[in-house]
Design a protein around this ligand. Structure first.
Ligand SMILES: Nc1ncnc2c1ncn2[C@@H]1O[C@H](COP(=O)(O)OP(=O)(O)OP(=O)(O)O)[C@@H](O)[C@H]1O
Ligand SMILES: [Mg+2]
Length: 258
């Protein structure tokens, strides 16, 4: 569980995050949504410690991140897996070596055990057969799956994904979403996903935090998202052309009695 308490982040005189409080529970896919520039990435970077918040705190299962020593932060970072916008694989390393990398850096397992663990994770994302390929030789969706395998190889308690579907077609996005959702359940991870993909919201939006202009504007589940009276949220959702069409099609089929 990650608790955010009254988090503020300013850059100079520019206030980007304003008094954000929320809770991300374990075993749940927590989505952060909001329009471009609303502060999703800045929030995620504050949570993982890439940015220092101006004020407020982040509690990792009760442990205050802001008050931690450098050493304590280093150890908590080992409990985090991250997948950023670009898959950010090492191009000169094979798929297998990419997944092995965190193990080689941080684990005390034997070489044989590390290999076993890396292959297990590659198998989990259905990529065992591609282990000797290089990132440049596989598709964008496959690269994302390698990034997921690499992110979970150290068995993280917390998983962070910033726009995991960027650059992917809708069908591949669905595969990635379901993979992230399933491994979240399997390992009981606290997973936080930044997205502006409405398909993801409707697919895996167990807990959704809608940020508007750096503020926590609305929170709820995918079941609640359409019944919300929050005007800003409704504008955001229905700005998605697809959703207007789906809604129209639904209403059409209802009025036809089917
Ligand atoms: N290092 C920085 N210095 C100054 N301002 C920044 C910095 N990083 C982000 N910002 C500003 O913070 C605001 C929020 O940016 P952020 O990247 O969090 O948006 P976002 O919601 O992730 O958008 P997108 O959906 O496009 O990824 C923007 O106005 C951006 O210009
Ligand atoms: Mg962003």
């Amino acid at each position: 569980m990650i608790q955010i308490n009254h988090l503020n982040k300013d850059f100079g005189t520019k206030s980007v995050l304003r008094d954000i409080s929320t809770t991300f529970n374990a075993g749940v896919t927590n989505l952060i949504i909001g329009q471009s520039g609303s502060g999703k990435t800045v929030l995620m970077k504050c949570i993982v410690g890439l940015f220092e918040p101006t004020s407020g705190d982040i509690l990792y299962d009760g442990r205050s991140f802001v008050g931690m020593s450098k050493q304590e932060r280093t150890s908590i970072r080992r409990e985090m897996g991250m997948i950023f916008q670009s898959a950010a694989l090492f191009d000169s390393m094979s798929v297998l070596d990419n997944v092995l990398f965190p193990l080689d850096m941080f684990s005390s397992l034997s070489a044989k055990e590390r290999l076993r663990r890396a292959r297990l994770c590659l198998d989990r994302v259905n990529l065992l057969e591609a282990e000797n390929k290089f990132p440049g030789e596989i598709s964008g969706g496959m690269q994302k799956r390698v990034a997921i395998a690499r992110a979970i190889v150290l068995n993280p308690k917390y998983l962070f994904c910033d726009e995991p579907n960027s650059g992917l077609d809708p069908k591949t996005s669905l595969v990635i979403d379901e993979l992230i959702h399933d491994i979240t359940k399997e390992y009981g991870m606290t997973t936080v996903i930044n997205t502006h993909d409405m398909n993801s919201v409707m697919g895996i939006g167990e807990h959704i935090l809608y940020i508007y202009d750096g503020r926590n504007e609305w929170e709820g589940s995918k079941e609640e998202v359409f019944d919300s009276n929050n005007e800003k949220l409704n504008n955001f959702i229905f700005a998605s052309d697809l959703f207007r069409k789906v809604r129209a099609a639904e209403q059409h089929s209802h009025s036809n009695g089917s």
